[in-house]
Design a protein around this ligand. Structure first.
Ligand SMILES: O=C(O)c1ccccc1NCC(=O)[C@H](O)[C@H](O)COP(=O)(O)O
Length: 224
């Protein structure tokens, strides 16, 4: 079965169109000034309009205040909010009540202990996103293009819905899916030729790799 596929950090119509043509179920726009993928909400809104209804529009923010979120929600009209900072469970409840949108809560993972941090968010976040811990010299909480040890997720309760993220690319996605069986994946740097510059050929290659990997998957219940 094909996982949900989120292409994150989109900034051009060419990349948005190609991602959705190839089968992206989610397209992500980054609202974080220090990121090479940062985009203004009005420009993101115009890009999102190209694919609205065909892919879920995801607004990615980091500890954004309510004024900033008001502007993003107003101009982008996202289907989902992705919170990539230190937002508390109470903050998620408040934002869900305010905007009526589902929330993906991102967590950085290095070791099994890190998974304990999701516990207070279970039943509040609609989905989790597991990303690698940023390197100590990075100013970005995400989009660093580095994977974590996916074996850490072996201890995760199978009922937890999550997207796997962090350094995924055409060369490692088959192993990542084999190890985790993730129902959702998220990629940014792995389809870029330089930080913040999406490459349509790399988008093609990534989707081709996911399709190959998904075709190899054993069919549950099959006797063959
Ligand atoms: O991508 C960014 O620049 C970014 C900045 C600040 C917060 C989150 C950010 N990205 C969020 C994502 O969902 C990325 O796709 C995810 O971290 C994976 O990125 P990569 O390892 O580059 O594939």
């Amino acid at each position: 079965m094909m996982p949900d596929i989120k292409i994150c950090g989109l900034k051009t119509s060419e990349a948005v169109d190609r991602a959705v043509e190839r089968g992206a179920t989610h397209v992500g726009f980054i609202f974080f000034e220090k990121s090479p993928r940062n985009i203004e909400p009005d420009i993101a809104g115009t890009l999102a309009d190209r694919v609205r209804g065909r892919a879920k529009i995801v607004a990615v923010t980091v500890d954004a205040d309510t004024d900033e979120l008001d502007e993003i929600v107003d101009l982008l009209k996202p289907d989902i909010l992705q919170l990539h900072g230190k937002e508390s469970p109470e903050r998620l409840l408040m934002l869900k009540a305010l905007y009526g949108l589902p929330i993906i809560k991102a967590f950085s993972i290095r070791e099994p202990e890190d998974l304990k941090r999701i516990e207070p968010y279970i039943g509040i976040a609609d989905r989790f996103l597991f990303d690698a811990k940023p390197p100590s010299d990075s100013e970005l909480p995400g989009g660093n293009g580095i994977p974590f040890d996916w074996r850490v997720l072996r201890t995760l309760d199978g009922s937890i819905d999550y997207m796997l993220s962090g350094g995924l690319n055409k060369d490692n996605i088959a192993a990542a899916l084999r190890e985790t069986g993730a129902h959702g994946i998220d990629v940014s740097s792995g389809v870029e030729s330089a930080p913040g510059v999406k490459d349509v050929a790399m988008i093609d290659e990534f989707f081709a790799a996911v399709k190959r990997a998904s075709a190899l998957e054993p069919v549950s219940g099959s006797t063959k």
